[in-house]
Design a binder for this molecule. Structure first.
Ligand code: PBE
Length: 267
């Protein structure tokens, strides 16, 4: 994607991520609700953070679809724009959703997935290790597990080991979900599963678990961000509840951008 020169004191566009992300739908709603004269340009999680890095390098104005937990808040001075209309919702949770029948077919995996629970700080450590310390996804996940052995032990305590049973996890390559999916994959491998981690589009992630083609996902942002997907598929999914509380989405700018509210976004 090419970056056009942003007008001084204004924005060229809103830098988005993949079109299937819930935050993209929320941002289209925000543009409508606030009557913003600006376009949302889709890209990807990785392209969004690259655009953010280069704008900050040049102290240019940029506004991105942002979320917490995310390593960008550790790397840069950023702020959420106020959202007086509440389009982006309140703090929410990330839920683990599994296919029907998983409990009977793979009770050990089901138990571990049910026990999986960590904090925004935990998830952030994995993301920072990947994005800022250059660790591979697996290495970052492994390092977090080593450093948080008691937490991981509490997820697998009393769970019967298995011998090479296959489990397929689906996820979207959002930084936060790369972190969570890699951690839970390694933990499932620890108790003997052979885990396939499949990156897909957001809609395919929900549809895949609902149809039973995939076994589980740890990436459902509820009740807000993924409300539409959840509504469509909830009858065919088993919701194991939050694996993280305190998640948030919104529009994010570097702190040097001197506006405070979404209402002030203009070209
Ligand atoms: N996110 C990260 C996703 C959920 C996880 C906020 C970019 C979304 O908007 O769908």
């Amino acid at each position: 994607t090419e970056a056009a020169e942003p007008a001084a004191g204004g924005f060229d566009h809103i830098t988005g991520i993949d079109a299937g992300a819930g935050i993209m739908q929320a941002t289209e709603e925000a543009i409508e609700a606030y009557g913003l004269d600006i376009e949302l340009v889709p890209s990807s999680s990785a392209a969004m953070t690259a655009a953010l890095a280069s704008a900050i390098e040049n102290e240019e104005w940029i506004v991105v679809t942002g979320w917490t937990p995310h390593w960008k808040f550790a790397a840069y001075d950023l702020k959420y724009l106020d959202d007086p209309l509440g389009i982006y919702g309140e703090e929410e949770s990330i839920h683990t959703l599994v296919r029907q029948g998983l409990e009977e077919d793979h009770p050990s995996a089901y138990q571990v997935l049910d026990n999986f629970y960590w904090t925004p700080d935990d998830m952030n450590q994995v993301m920072v290790d990947m994005a800022q310390h250059g660790l591979s996804e697996t290495e970052a996940a492994r390092q977090w597990i080593e450093a948080n052995r008691e937490v991981v032990d509490s997820w697998i305590e009393g769970v019967e080991p298995v011998d090479g049973d296959r489990i397929e996890l689906v996820y979207v390559t959002w930084d936060s979900e790369i972190a969570s999916s890699n951690v839970i994959a390694l933990v499932l491998e620890e108790i003997g599963y052979e885990v396939e981690l499949t990156p897909v589009e957001a809609g395919v992630m929900f549809a895949g678990v609902a149809s039973g083609e995939a076994d589980a996902m740890v990436a459902a942002w509820l009740p807000g961000t993924h409300a539409a997907y959840y509504e469509d598929f909830k009858d065919d999914l088993v919701d194991l509840g939050p694996n993280l509380d305190g998640a948030k989405i919104g529009l994010v700018v570097p702190t040097y951008v001197d506006i405070d509210s979404i209402e002030e976004i203009r070209p």
